[in-house]
Ligand binder design. Structure first.
Ligand SMILES: Cc1ncc(C[n+]2csc(CCOP(=O)(O)OP(=O)(O)O)c2C)c(N)n1
Ligand SMILES: [Mg+2]
Length: 332
């Protein structure tokens, strides 16, 4: 059994316009948020480390547009996009990244540990591969409670080589748990191209080892991601068990902000930016199909930029956590 590559898909005019607007708004919000975080990190306003999701927006947007608030997601160290797409409050997210008291984790998590249980976002995770077992446990809870919700875990190509992936995939399959494993194959794990560390050409092929469907999709095409995620999520809701969706994408920014990127050429990166940007591709599709006017798209983008500006303002003005709270909420 090898993974299925997606060949056919619905035309863009077959989607409700409100859903298309949601795709564009979510992708634009993630892009705008990320650019602002990059700018403020470089200006020294943000502590810690920041990993950007720029160029991978279609994955979070396409998958999470299929989820309700009660469905659960588990994210990675590159988690801003998933968190925004799941509907977390931008102001509290930005405050968290700034390490402020009003942040969604009281400023103690920072960029790599944002969680917002109120919207079903179980957490980003600085431990590569740390999310598999949390998401699988959450799916077990869903099943035991007799609900039809799903649990989605996002992970990188690098994380697919960790033992936790294989343990969780096996358990989820044995118990038919409602988990969708979403691999964001952005071609790199830190400084390492995935082909030099990974035994298969397509990570989705690993699904066969656990008796679950594996599907490969163009991760920079929000329509394709949405459609394939929809089928696998519906299947999980029906109690038919887990699946693995591999989204082929590309990390256009460094591994972290400040990465000198000595392991690849600028030409390689520029080529993707010029020809395979997920937001540009969406714009071309809906403009060519006369589904949106340029003015309509600009209006949506402007509202995303405004919300990010407001989030920044909120974060900057928010209070620092008190020293007395340093050891509160710490479990050991
Ligand atoms: C268990 C563990 N090992 C190593 C690291 C250091 N580390 C942080 S991100 C990363 C690469 C992850 O690559 P991938 O899973 O492809 O995700 P991407 O960064 O490409 O989104 C590594 C090795 C870590 N944080 N946790
Ligand atoms: Mg990667």
């Amino acid at each position: 059994m090898s993974a299925r590559k997606v060949k056919e898909k619905k035309g863009p005019d077959e989607y409700p316009k409100a859903l298309l607007a949601q795709f564009y708004k979510t992708m634009s919000t993630i892009r705008s948020f990320e650019k602002k975080v990059e700018e403020k990190f470089l200006a020294g306003e943000i502590p810690g480390f920041v990993h950007l999701y720029i160029g991978e927006e279609a994955v979070a947007t396409g998958v999470i547009s299929n989820l309700s608030r009660e469905d659960l997601i588990q994210s990675t160290h590159r988690g801003h996009g998933h968190t925004i797409a799941k509907g977390a409050d931008l102001k509290r997210m930005m405050a968290e990244i700034f390490g402020k008291k009003e942040g969604c984790c009281k400023g103690k998590g920072g960029s790599m540990h944002i969680a917002d249980l109120g919207v079903g976002m179980l957490g980003a995770n600085g431990v590569v591969g740390g999310g598999f077992n949390i998401a699988t446990g959450a799916a077990l809870a869903i099943k035991m409670q007799g609900k039809d919700n799903v649990s989605v875990v996002f992970f990188g190509d690098g994380a697919s080589n960790r033992g936790t992936f294989h343990e969780a995939a096996n358990m989820a399959a044995v118990w038919d748990l409602p988990v969708l494993f979403v691999c964001e194959n952005n071609q790199y794990a830190s400084t390492t191209p995935y082909r030099t560390t990974t035994s298969v050409d397509d990570i989705a092929d690993r699904a066969a080892g656990y008796g679950m469907p594996g599907v490969i999709v163009d991760g920079n095409d929000v329509f394709a991601v949405y459609e394939e995620a929809r089928k696998l999520i519906e299947r999980a809701r029906r109690g038919e068990g887990p699946a693995l969706l591999e989204c082929k994408t590309y990390r256009v920014k460094g591994h972290f902000v400040g990465d000198p990127e000595q392991y690849r050429t600028k030409e390689e990166v520029n080529k993707v930016c010029e020809s395979n940007d997920p937001i540009d591709r969406f714009e071309c599709t809906v403009l060519d199909g006369k589904l949106f006017s340029r003015e309509e798209l600009d209006g949506i983008k402007a509202s995303a930029v405004k919300e990010v500006e407001e989030a920044l303002e909120f974060a900057r003005n928010a209070a620092e956590p008190e020293v007395s709270q340093l050891f509160a909420d710490v479990y050991a």
